[in-house]
Design a protein around this ligand. Structure first.
Ligand SMILES: NC(=O)c1ccc[n+]([C@@H]2O[C@H](COP(=O)([O-])OP(=O)(O)OC[C@H]3O[C@@H](n4cnc5c(N)ncnc54)[C@H](OP(=O)(O)O)[C@@H]3O)[C@@H](O)[C@H]2O)c1
Length: 240
């Protein structure tokens, strides 16, 4: 299992659960130091290796996939948790930044597309799964989310159309859409007041990364062999 952006809050929870379920896990991120800390902390659970690649480098997706295949000999799942930060992306529309949006759009749609291209033949060998992390804003309309919503709707459009075609090669594709996730760097950036307001509206309570990881693992499992093209929210009842 290749977890792009796997050194982050949600990716590392998926990595931990994947190891306990017997997956061999390649975690990717930008900071080698952060990857080393994660790999050292989880190595007792199974085989896990860190791969540091900046997604903005030319041919980053191809290089990452090639390195993982060289080390593991196969790729059966790709989960993309890469996030580049919200600066200029969220907020009232006049306060958002057209310059920053280009990069965010590229990460949201271009990076998953490049990853899917690079990993496709390997996923097709045994019937693998690719999962994109998006955001509820790609599904539901809300104030302050015009740019996030636009970019994430693009990811969802890619995943759903890709899924129908890729099914013919045995490849499955899904999007997981969190809203507010407790215990993440994003939650810290959001601030206690906004998180607390959201928590009050979420009847089941806001999810943590540990509430999201089991869904990702299920979608990659044989139990989900006939499911593809789904966009699944994990919001504790905030949106439905
Ligand atoms: N957390 C939430 O509340 C929330 C809500 C809705 C949607 N989501 C979505 O869920 C996914 C996972 O979120 P998260 O909270 O786990 O994110 P996160 O903790 O911010 O992790 C982001 C990951 O992306 C990597 N990354 C960022 N820029 C990179 C670059 N240029 N090259 C390579 N790697 C790069 C980071 O590595 P470095 O740290 O080394 O840069 C890290 O591994 C994201 O798509 C996010 O948008 C999250």
């Amino acid at each position: 299992m290749l977890i792009a952006g796997g050194s982050g809050s949600i990716g590392s929870a998926i990595a931990q659960l994947a190891l306990t379920q017997g997956w061999r896990v390649a975690v990717h991120g930008r900071s080698l130091e952060k990857l080393d800390t994660l790999v050292t902390g989880l190595a007792h659970l199974g085989q896990i290796d860190g791969f540091a690649t900046d997604i903005w480098e030319e041919d980053a997706a191809e290089a990452l996939v090639a390195e993982v295949v060289e080390q593991y000999g196969r790729i059966d799942a790709v989960i993309d948790c890469t996030a580049t930060g919200p600066l200029g992306i969220t907020g009232l529309f006049p306060d958002t930044s057209p310059e920053t949006f280009g990069d965010f759009l590229n990460v949201s749609v271009g990076w998953i597309e490049r990853l899917a291209h690079a990993a496709y033949d390997f996923l097709a060998q045994e019937g693998g799964t690719i999962i994109a992390f998006v955001s509820d804003a790609g599904i539901y309309a809300a104030p302050r989310q015009a740019l996030v919503g636009a970019a994430r709707a693009g990811t969802i459009g890619f995943i759903r159309n890709f899924a129908v075609e890729a099914a013919r090669d045995g490849v499955r594709a899904h999007a997981i859409a969190p809203s507010f996730v407790e215990g993440t760097e994003s939650a810290q950036r959001m601030g206690a007041e906004r998180m607390s307001k959201a928590a009050k509206r979420a009847g089941l309570g806001l999810p943590t990364p540990d509430d999201i990881a089991p869904l990702a693992l299920f979608l990659c499992s044989d139990g989900a062999a006939k499911i593809t093209g789904q966009v699944i929210g994990v919001s504790g009842g905030l949106n439905a």
